[in-house]
Design a protein around this ligand. Structure first.
Ligand code: NAD
Length: 354
C-alpha cells in the first residue's frame, strides 16, 4: 500500500485526495490545510486526517469542531510520497520540508520548471519519473495539449503545432479573479509559457497564444497541427478514440459548449461534475492534407487529477505506464464514458435520428 499525503487542500488537493482514496493500492495518510474553513469541515466529514500548516491556526480548527492530527511535518514523515497542491509558487517554498524527510514530492503545474527534474504527463513521459525525488505534474492546459499531441506525434509525426488557449479567468470559487468584462491577451507576448511547458515534456515544435476571458467553467483550445504524413480522417478518429482520456463529443447531441459539458457531467453523476477527459468536438475535426484542426475543452479543476495518481506510481516505480493508467481510469470511472455513444467510430449518426 502506497501511503500518500497531500499538502494544500484546495481545488486540486481535495480532488486528488478523493482519487487517492479510490485506489486499491494507495492509502491517504492525511491532508494538510492552512485555513480552518468549510473545506476543512468537509475533509473531517470524509474522515481525512487533517494536519495544520501554521501552529497558530490550531485553536481555530478546534473552534470549528475540527480535530487536527498534528503538524504538516508529521504528515510528510509518515508518507511514502507527498503531493503538494499549494498555490503556485508556494510548492517551491515547501521543498526543504520534503527534502528534510527524504519524501519524494509531486508538485503542480503552477510551479516553475526548476522545482523538479521533470515535468510529467502519464501519456507522454511516464517512465521519466521513476526514482526521482521530485516531479512537476503539468498544468491543466499543458496536460490537455500533451494528451492530444502525443498520439498524433507517435502515429503521424508533427511538423508544427499551433494552439490558441482561451482560458477561464478563475475557478468558480475565486470571485476576486478576472477579468469580469474583458478579453485579455495573457500573456500579451507570444509564445505563451504553455509552449515551453509542453516542450519540457515532449519534443514537438509548438507555438501557443493565450488569453483570459470572464468564464469559470472550462478552457477552450483551438488547435492546428501540421502533421508529417497526411492521414485519413478515419485514422485520426481511430487514434483519438483509443485513449479513454480523450472524449469525442458527438455532433448530434447538443453539446455546444462548456456549460453543456458540465451539465452532462452532473447528469452522469460525476463527483463535483468533474470532467477528467479532453473534450474534443468531432464536428470541429478538419483535415486538409497534412493540416489537422480542432477545438477541445479542458476542465481545469479535474484534468490533472488522473495524472497525479499516475505520477505517484511512476515516481515510486510500482507499475508500468499502461497498468497505472488502466487502474486509474477504472477506479475514477473514466472508463465509464460521459455518453454511451462513440461518434468517432463512424461517419453515420451514432445515435438514432429523431
Ligand atoms: P487553491 O488556492 O484552490 O488551493 C491551494 C490550497 O493550499 C488552499 O487551500 C490554500 O489555503 C492552501 N495553502 C496555501 N499556502 C499553503 C501552505 N504554505 N501550506 C499548505 N497549504 C497551503 O489552488 P489550486 O487551484 O488547487 O492550485 C494548486 C496548484 O495546482 C497550483 O500550482 C496551480 O497552478 C495548480 N493547478 C491549478 C488548476 C486549477 O484550475 N485550479 C489546474 C491545474 C493545476
Amino acid at each position: 500500500m502506497i501511503r500518500v499525503g497531500i499538502n494544500g487542500y484546495g481545488t486540486i488537493g481535495k480532488r486528488i485526495a478523493d482519487a487517492i482514496v479510490a485506489q486499491p493500492d494507495m492509502s491517504l495518510t492525511g491532508v494538510a490545510k492552512l485555513t480552518p474553513d468549510y473545506v476543512a469541515m468537509r475533509a473531517q466529514e470524509r474522515s481525512y486526517p487533517l494536519y495544520y500548516v501554521d501552529d497558530s491556526s490550531r485553536e481555530e480548527f478546534q473552534t470549528l469542531g475540527i480535530d487536527v492530527a498534528g503538524p504538516v511535518d508529521d504528515l510528510v514523515a509518515k508518507s511514502d510520497v507527498i503531493i503538494d497542491a499549494t498555490p503556485a509558487g508556494v510548492g517551491e517554498q515547501n521543498r526543504t520540508l520534503y527534502e528534510r524527510h527524504d519524501t519524494p514530492a509531486l508538485y503542480q503545474g503552477g510551479e516553475d520548471a526548476t522545482v523538479a527534474a521533470t515535468t510529467f504527463n502519464s501519456r507522454a513521459n511516464y517512465d521519466d519519473a521513476a526514482g526521482l525525488d521530485a516531479v512537476r505534474v503539468a498544468s491543466c492546459n499543458t496536460t490537455g495539449l500533451t494528451r492530444l499531441l502525443t498520439p498524433l506525434q507517435e502515429q503521424f509525426g508533427i511538423e508544427r503545432a499551433r494552439a490558441t488557449l482561451v482560458r477561464r479567468g478563475g475557478d468558480p470559487n475565486q470571485p476576486s479573479r478576472g477579468p469580469i468584462n474583458d478579453a485579455l491577451p495573457d500573456p500579451i507576448t507570444v509564445p505563451s509559457h504553455h509552449a515551453k511547458q509542453v516542450t519540457d515534456i515532449m519534443d514537438v515544435p509548438i507555438e501557443t497564444l493565450a488569453m483570459k476571458v470572464p468564464v469559470t467553467l472550462m478552457h477552450l483550445h483551438s488547435v492546428s497541427i501540421t502533421l508529417e504524413e497526411a492521414p485519413t480522417m478515419d485514422a485520426v478518429r481511430d487514434l483519438l478514440t483509443e485513449d479513454p482520456r480523450l472524449f469525442a463529443i458527438p455532433g448530434e447531441v447538443g453539446l455546444d459548449g462548456a456549460g453543456a459539458l458540465k451539465e452532462l457531467a452532473k447528469d452522469a453523476d460525476r463527483p463535483r461534475a468533474d470532467v477528467w477527459e479532453n473534450c474534443i468536438w468531432d464536428d470541429s475535426l478538419t483535415l486538409d492534407g497534412r493540416e489537422l484542426s480542432l477545438f477541445q475543452a479542458i476542465h481545469q479543476e479535474a484534468i490533472v487529477v488522473p495524472e497525479n495518481i499516475d505520477a505517484v506510481r511512476a515516481i515510486l516505480d510500482t507499475d508500468s505506464r499502461a497498468a497505472s493508467r488502466t487502474r486509474t481510469n477504472e477506479q475514477l470511472g473514466i472508463d465509464d464514458p460521459l455518453l454511451p455513444v462513440d461518434s468517432l467510430q463512424a461517419d453515420e449518426p451514432s445515435i438514432p435520428a429523431e
